[in-house]
Design a protein around this ligand. Structure first.
Ligand SMILES: Cc1cc2nc3c(=O)[nH]c(=O)nc-3n(C[C@H](O)[C@H](O)[C@H](O)COP(=O)(O)OP(=O)(O)OC[C@H]3O[C@@H](n4cnc5c(N)ncnc54)[C@H](O)[C@@H]3O)c2cc1C
Length: 426
């Protein structure tokens, strides 16, 4: 006789944790089980760079200890991987040869770092990724003097800062594209970020792809199209891919880009099978279509939504409002933030650019048909919350007769701007 649970959650990351937590908080009678392939409890990945840098102790990266799960009445099995599922029988089978029955199944299987296995030298010791606490342990302990960090997404940017702060003497950040993170920033913002990196002693190379990792027994350098860079550590931050092997094997529909397709209630195409977090491709509230998101807040919100929904709690009638691709990272102490369209994304369309270039900080707002459609900031967050809120509301603004410089340089005029926007009755 297989054990029966009202809700089985596959994956003990933040999305799985919030699913289980909100289900139990909504209905304490539910039998809820989390099966997690990881041996450690839920950790805060955004805190891992701080741990590597030595700013916080290891214990502070965990969101909850095992006792917390027990106190909340959540059954938790660590180090137990679900290897198959039978949606008709409503069962999952694990690598401990246990078969368990579910009322509802939530796939929260997350994401994995992309690895360039076919590139020469990538299997040598000294190659690292950053996803789990154990990856951060390895980076924090690595006796490296020179590091190369590849890629300028959040992991590359924060990884480079944290290794430098940890005491690695030479850190070089390498990006194959023309400037830093073109998905979120235009060239000018990238130039300010390069300056912020230079201030903390990190060298940035853009428009230069890694072609091989050098070394015999372990990493001694990387080769790019233009040069060799000696190093004893390479951190690969070239993106994440959704973990969907279990979903695919049970017949769950995947999107073209590989994430699990879900509707506004996190339902997949199979009855009683839901999915949340990095493994999904949720509807995005800005772009108004499904988009890979892979951000903490979205994983947390999706988990909270589906846990509450499955336990019979109150959720909005129209479902989850959607993912939010708000990008916020730090170069040393300097924040870099973006939301909405970049100029790159608006290429070929008519739009207005407002820019505020100070010596150390940068702000840019993009407008299209009087609508605020994007912003980027480096080394300042003044006005970011307000702009974000106004974009989410679909706010419009008529710049005629407005002092554009006043508009963009909100520090203390930031409230004036929000009053101004309110006046405009968007
Ligand atoms: C270093 C780093 C820094 C980040 N910084 C930020 C940031 O500043 N801001 C931000 O918004 N986001 C950030 N992110 C992204 C954010 O952390 C993720 O979006 C979020 O953690 C995803 O959570 P998840 O639960 O969906 O997936 P995951 O954390 O990937 O968890 C998935 C879980 O599923 C388990 N699993 C997979 N398959 C199975 C199976 N078959 N059986 C059992 N268990 C299984 C895994 O072992 C894992 O426990 C960062 C990520 C990293 C790695």
């Amino acid at each position: 006789m297989s054990q029966q649970y009202d809700l089985i959650v596959v994956g003990g990351g933040i999305a799985g944790y919030h699913t289980a937590l909100s289900a139990r908080e909504t209905n304490p009678d539910l039998r809820v089980l989390i099966l997690s392939a990881d041996r450690e409890t839920t950790c805060s990945a955004p805190c891992l760079p701080d741990y590597i840098a030595g700013h916080i102790p290891r214990k502070n990266v965990f969101v909850a200890r095992e006792e917390t799960f027990r106190e909340k009445g959540i059954h938790l099995s660590l180090g137990e991987r679900v290897v198959s599922a039978d949606p008709e029988k409503h069962t999952v089978t694990t690598d401990r040869e246990r078969t368990l029955r579910y009322g509802a199944l939530v796939l929260a299987t997350g994401s994995e770092p992309i690895r360039l296995r076919r590139m020469e030298g990538t299997a040598l010791p000294g190659n690292h990724v950053l996803k789990r606490v154990t990856d951060a342990d390895a980076l924090a302990k690595a006796p490296a003097r020179r590091a190369v960090v590849v890629g300028t997404g959040a992991i590359g940017l924060e990884g480079a800062s944290s290794l430098k702060e940890r005491g690695v003497e030479e850190v070089t950040l390498v990006e194959a594209l023309e400037w830093i993170n073109p998905k979120c920033f235009d060239r000018a913002a990238s130039d300010y970020m390069k300056k912020a990196f230079a201030d903390i002693g990190v060298h940035v190379l853009t428009g230069e792809a890694i072609t091989a990792v050098e070394g015999v027994d372990r990493v001694t350098g990387v080769r790019t199209e233009k040069r060799s860079i000696p190093c004893d550590l390479v951190l690969w931050g070239i993106g994440m891919r959704p973990v969907t092997d279990l979903a695919a094997s049970m017949g769950v529909c995947l999107s073209k880009s590989g994430g699990i397709e879900v509707d506004a209630f996190m339902r997949t195409n199979l009855p009683d099978v839901y999915a949340v977090g990095d493994c999904t491709e949720p509807y995005d509230e800005f772009y108004q279509r499904p988009m890979a998101n892979m951000l903490w807040r979205t994983a947390t919100e999706q988990g909270t939504f589906v846990g509450t929904y499955l336990a019979g709690g109150d959720v909005p009638e129209e479902g989850y409002e959607g993912g939010k691709l708000l990008f916020l990272t730090y170069v040393g102490d300097a924040p870099a933030c973006s939301y909405g369209y970049t100029e790159g994304a608006l290429k070929g369309k008519r739009y207005t650019v407002l820019e505020d270039r100070q010596e150390d900080s940068y702000r840019k707002v993009l407008l299209q048909n009087h609508k605020i459609v994007g912003f980027q900031m480096v080394n300042t967050l003044e006005g970011a919350n307000e702009l974000y809120a106004q974009i989410r509301k679909g706010a419009t603004v008529d710049l005629k007769g407005t002092d554009r410089e006043e508009f963009i340089r909100f520090p203390e005029k930031y409230f004036a701007m929000s009053a101004y926007l309110r006046q405009m009755k968007m």
